[in-house]
Design a protein around this ligand. Structure first.
Ligand code: ADP
Ligand code: MG
Length: 692
């Protein structure tokens, strides 16, 4: 329920003056549908409007002049602007408008009138010009022109002045809300009250006021982080309150482990202990297993599934593609079957009697483990006693899909797996509602992938080396540039590259895979490559994350400077999966920007995904280099997960403490916190495991 005090803020933006059917969609696109959304829109920069004269005016800058209207120069032809010549005692200034309707300019600004005018000054053939002044007002209203002005984010069709006015009107609707933060902590941090902070947000007067470090910005960011952490802490506790079968570590799993041709790494052992503690707790597990490609997540899941089978329950492992599902099946089937645990593979390909038999085995419990794709959560699939759902590459599935699989059991533990390492500092914001295990140690015996950055001018040389390597039996991925704007041009580039390579290497040994192929076609090309019939696989970035082709030892990435660090790391992770030397060639188009150079340099120096994620965060430019959106990263309005990362853990602790002391939020602070929760309304967020 939304507190009454917030009603004005949750009114539609159309309740603001001037937001009609034309403007409303623009406002919604820019900020959101509500007054609240405009209220939280933060200015990004500051315009200074110094008062100058025609003599002291500086080209290219926004300035204000006090002038007398000298002459009107209506356009001679259609495409010419309407011009007004003005004079200020030191020189002339021409004001220009391109689309003028009617004669209001002439009527409002008669010759001889004194005017204050403000906007960007340009010089045109020795003449000072101002096209479309931001302000043109009678002298007696000159003080209406601010000397400093906040600049808000923009969207086409909404004049900056309108956005500013709407943001301020939204601010005016904000009441002085009861304080929800702890007064002692506020005093320590030098935080102003919420209303003061919001007022300061919309009235910056120095560049320091735009910094995320400004105390009022930190306060507003903290509010948001705290509200988000509260929502996640609540979800976590709701989930905990669901009972689930208590499953103990089993001798069976011990035997499966004993048969492995290797010993578990320390990180695998730690993660397994964490998973087992959850499984044995009697409460529903919601755990994320995070670890680089090749860190050995599958084995951890397999041993958990062995425990589940030993307890008489079933597990399901769901992978995003058929080829991955099949690889998992091949990994799991033999070790588990050797100890009497029946494993089946269920994909969309199974039809008729074969499919019926598999379904029967799941329904009557003969099969304790099902590995598959989306086919697993179809309606006909019934489990006798599903107790564990394992989701590989969890970000590839929607919340609903994960949920549908979990709902196949009455109380199903969840183990999600991800190969996108998230920096520790961000873990709480992305996965705050999950428990996280980190596989931050690679299995031994892997030689690091030798990584080099090579300018595109040496392409010919790289191709010749590739030819030699292929002749000696090596296999290579060749990733083509991401041209971003159009999938078609991506494809054209990849096709051209494949054609080039076929010329040199031979037509039969170069495969091509891209986003426009049907899933079955993709699988077929991948299979050819996996079986060694192709030497080179040219791909746009669609190559499935996690695909395992141990014989592939060469990775070439074209225009590597266009990829994010995390993405480059993911791509490189597809080689170096055997004891043989692997190499990665990062082809780039010079000159490299400083950031691009730093990125490629980090890749050359380390292959630790967690470290790379931290570095990526430090180097973060624009865009979404961490793939955070894909990982379900919350879209904060005011908090900057990098600049405010020191506040994240504090907010998480604070949220936990508040809920522990006052779960129903009935104390005075609790009541105020309810208002805060409603204000941010965190529902649609990471939602990795929105269960029951
Ligand atoms: P992930 O799913 O994390 O990318 P996998 O589970 O597919 O990684 O494991 C990658 C490879 O490493 C597999 O061939 C697996 O058998 C092997 N492996 C896993 N754990 C170990 C270990 N502790 N020591 C040696 N090899 C391991
Ligand atoms: Mg995997």
């Amino acid at each position: 329920m939304r507190p009454e005090i917030l009603y004005p803020l949750f009114a539609p933006a159309t309740s603001l003056k001037g937001v009609g059917p034309k403007v409303a969609p623009l406002v919604e696109k820019l900020a959101g549908p509500l007054v609240r959304d405009l209220m939280f829109l933060a200015p990004q920069s500051l315009i200074h409007r110094p008062v100058v004269t025609a003599e002291t005016a500086r080209e290219g800058e926004v300035q204000t002049l006090h002038v007398v209207i000298d002459a009107h120069l209506p356009p001679g032809r259609g495409s010419q602007p309407y011009r007004i010549r003005a004079f200020d005692g030191t020189g002339f200034l021409t004001l220009a408008w391109f689309k003028v309707h009617g004669d209001h300019l002439a009527r409002a600004n008669p010759v001889g009138a004194q005017r204050a005018v403000s906007g960007k000054i340009e010089r045109f053939g020795g003449e000072l010009q101002m096209a479309h002044p931001d302000y043109l007002v009678p002298m007696e209203r000159a003080e209406e022109i601010p000397t400093r002005e906040a600049v808000y984010p923009a969207t086409a069709g909404l004049p900056p002045r309108t956005v500013r006015r709407l943001a301020h009107e939204a601010l005016a609707r904000a009441a002085n809300l009861p304080e929800w933060q702890d007064p002692a902590w506020m005093a320590r941090e030098g935080f102003p009250s919420w209303h003061e902070a919001l007022t300061a947000l919309h009235n910056p007067s120095t560049d320091a006021d735009l910094s995320p470090e400004a105390p009022f910005r930190r306060r507003l960011a903290y509010d948001e982080l705290f509200a988000h952490q509260l929502a996640m802490a609540r979800r976590k506790s709701v989930r905990r309150s669901h009972p689930a079968p208590a499953i103990a570590p089993s001798p069976l799993a011990g035997r499966v482990e004993g048969d492995l041709p290797f010993a578990l790494t320390g990180a695998q052992q730690r993660s397994l202990i964490e998973v087992r503690a959850d499984l044995a707790s009697g409460e529903r597990m919601s755990r994320l297993l995070q670890g680089d490609v090749g860190a050995g997540k599958t084995v951890v899941a397999m041993l958990a599934m062995a425990d589940v089978a030993a307890a008489g329950f079933q597990s399901a492992l769901m992978a995003p593609t058929e080829i991955l599902a099949r690889q998992h099946f091949e990994t799991l089937a033999a070790p588990l079957k050797a100890h009497g645990v029946e494993v089946i593979l269920l994909t969309g390909r199974d039809k008729g009697a074969v499919r019926a038999e598999k379904l029967a085995a799941l329904a009557d419990g003969r099969a304790a483990v099902a590995v598959g794709t989306h086919a697993l959560f179809q309606d006909e699939v019934q489990f006798r006693a599903l107790a564990l759902a394992v989701i590989d590459e969890q970000h590839r599935f929607g919340v609903n899909e994960r949920q549908r699989l979990q709902e196949k059991g009455r109380a199903t533990h969840l183990l999600a797996m991800s190969a996108t390492p998230i920096p520790r500092t961000l873990e709480l914001t992305v996965y705050g509602d999950l428990d996280v295990s980190r596989l931050d140690e690679k299995p031994p015996g892997r030689t690091p992938v030798a990584t080099r950055a090579v300018p595109m001018s040496r392409l010919g040389e790289i191709v010749m080396r590739l030819k030699q390597a292929a002749a000696a039996g090596a296999q290579a991925f060749w990733i083509c540039p991401l041209v971003a704007e159009s999938e078609l041009s991506d494809l054209a580039a990849a096709e051209a590259r494949a054609a080039d390579l076929r010329q040199v290497l031979g037509a039969g040994v170069v495969g091509l895979i891209h986003g426009r192929l049907a899933p079955a076609e993709k699988d077929a090309v991948m299979a050819e490559f996996a079986e060694g019939r192709l030497s080179v696989l040219v791909a746009t970035t669609v190559v499935e994350v996690g695909v395992n082709v141990p014989n592939a030892t060469i990775m070439v990435i074209e225009q590597a400077e266009r990829f994010g660090l995390a993405q480059l790391h993911q791509l490189r992770g597809r080689v170096g999966r055997s004891t043989r030397e692997s190499s990665c060639v990062l082809l780039y188009d010079p000159p490299l920007s400083k950031t691009a150079e730093a990125r490629l340099d980090i890749l050359r120096r380390t292959d630790d995904g967690f470290l790379i994620a931290e570095k990526d965060l430090e180097l973060r430019g624009g865009g979404d280099p961490l793939g955070l959106k894909q990982s379900g990263f919350p879209a904060y309005r005011l908090a900057d997960p990098v600049a405010h990362r020191d506040l994240i853990a504090v907010a998480a602790d604070d949220a936990r403490l508040v809920l522990a002391r006052d779960p129903d939020l009935t104390s005075p602070r609790g009541k105020a916190i309810k208002v805060l929760e409603a204000l941010f309304d965190w529902r649609a967020d990471s939602g990795i495991a929105e269960v029951g």
